[in-house]
Ligand binder design. Structure first.
Ligand SMILES: Nc1ncnc2c1ncn2[C@@H]1O[C@H](COP(=O)(O)OP(=O)(O)OP(=O)(O)O)[C@@H](O)[C@H]1O
Ligand SMILES: [Mg+2]
Length: 334
């Protein structure tokens, strides 16, 4: 694996305008920071996972990394070039490099188009004019995702969830991108179908030398295929490191609770994962975030000092892993 720095998020924030009840009558406009000051460094050829519970900002971050949306602050870089504000032709050439597979396999397919038309659309937009060329490419792409060639004539309504997701993957591969951002690619599918789609993704990655950003709330999926993982809570990254680092020695209390929730495949694994649960505390308000650690209200290990200090910075520990917790072991010599 090459050094990190291929796909980077540099202090990225995405704020949405929302309306909420004000003190008086009527609604006030407020700002919700769905992704809050996130920095990430993804290596070429890596499977980089982003995990966290519903609402933690995973999809918002995935959309920023794939330049589906533009950050409110900060930058996204690919190969050292800023891509976060590309438009027009530059955006078109970026689409050849990064593609996204969206969270819901069904709703991202136009029900009035055949599978062939769906997969051909990026080819048409990229200027592939000849019908014969496009038909050949569609057949290749369907074969790559293990769908029979006659699926080109079928409509999404006649496909199973797993087949729809294969069509989404085929469309994403049409322009031979280097990076795929996969937003919960298997979470809407049955477990056995999930395993087959993950196996397909892994063989495509090997054949094509792809880089994956894999968004999931499922640590089991992460353990199966990721190299490194970032844990998100409430719009921020609270821990990032290799799978081994996080599985064998999770430092953030939230990472520990996520790990203790996954079904153990082997008893020997189980012993590594402490049994803990999050407190019943409320999630903090996105619009009025606390100054102290945002996990405080639900943290099973919290200390009085955590309430007195501001939200902890994401600090590096030995081995290159980073954690944002006042209670984590400091770097040696600190
Ligand atoms: N367009 C938007 N306008 C306003 N708020 C938004 C918008 N998109 C997302 N949010 C809010 O941002 C927060 C993060 O949402 P996001 O969809 O990124 O979470 P997620 O981690 O992907 O959740 P899930 O696991 O349910 O998919 C949520 O509070 C959500 O309501
Ligand atoms: Mg999401």
């Amino acid at each position: 694996m090459s050094v990190p720095g291929y796909l980077r998020a540099d202090t990225v924030t995405k704020a949405f305008k929302v309306r909420r009840k004000g003190d008086g009558l009527g609604l006030q406009s407020a700002s919700l920071r769905a992704v809050d000051d996130v920095s990430l460094d993804i290596a070429r050829g890596e499977v980089f996972a982003i995990v966290g519970e519903s609402g933690s900002g995973k999809t918002t971050l995935a959309n920023l990394l794939a330049r589906v949306t533009v950050p409110s602050q900060g930058r996204i870089l690919l190969g050292g070039e800023e891509i976060s504000r590309e438009r027009g032709l530059d955006l078109r050439s970026l689409r050849r490099q990064i593609q996204i597979v969206f969270q819901d396999p069904g709703s991202s397919l136009n029900p009035r188009q055949t599978v062939g038309e769906i997969v051909a659309l990026p080819l048409k937009l990229a200027g592939m004019r000849g019908r014969g060329d496009r038909a050949r490419r569609i057949a290749e792409l369907l074969e790559a995702v293990h769908l029979p060639p006659d699926f080109a004539q079928r409509y999404p309504v006649s496909l199973s969830g797993g087949q729809k997701q294969r069509v989404n993957i085929a469309r994403a591969l049409a322009l031979e991108p280097q990076v795929l951002v996969l937003d919960e690619p298997t979470s809407a599918l049955d477990v056995s179908v999930q395993a087959r789609i993950l196996a397909l993704l892994m063989s495509l990655k090997r054949e094509r030398g792809l880089t994956y950003v894999l968004v999931t709330h499922n640590f089991g999926v992460v353990r199966a295929i990721a190299d490194r993982v970032a844990v998100m809570y409430f719009g921020k990254i609270v821990e990032v490191g290799t799978i081994d680092q996080l599985m064998t020695d999770p430092q953030h209390p939230y990472t520990r609770t996520l790990l203790s929730a996954i079904p153990a495949v082997r008893e020997s694994d189980r012993a590594l994962i402490p049994e803990i649960e999050v407190r019943d505390g409320e999630l903090p308000s996105f619009v009025d975030p606390p100054r102290h650690c945002s996990f405080y209200s639900r943290c099973p290990s919290r200390q009085p000092q955590c309430l007195e200090r501001t939200h902890p910075a994401l600090a590096e520990l030995p081995g290159g892993r980073k954690v944002s917790c006042h209670l984590a072991a400091p770097v040696e010599g600190d």
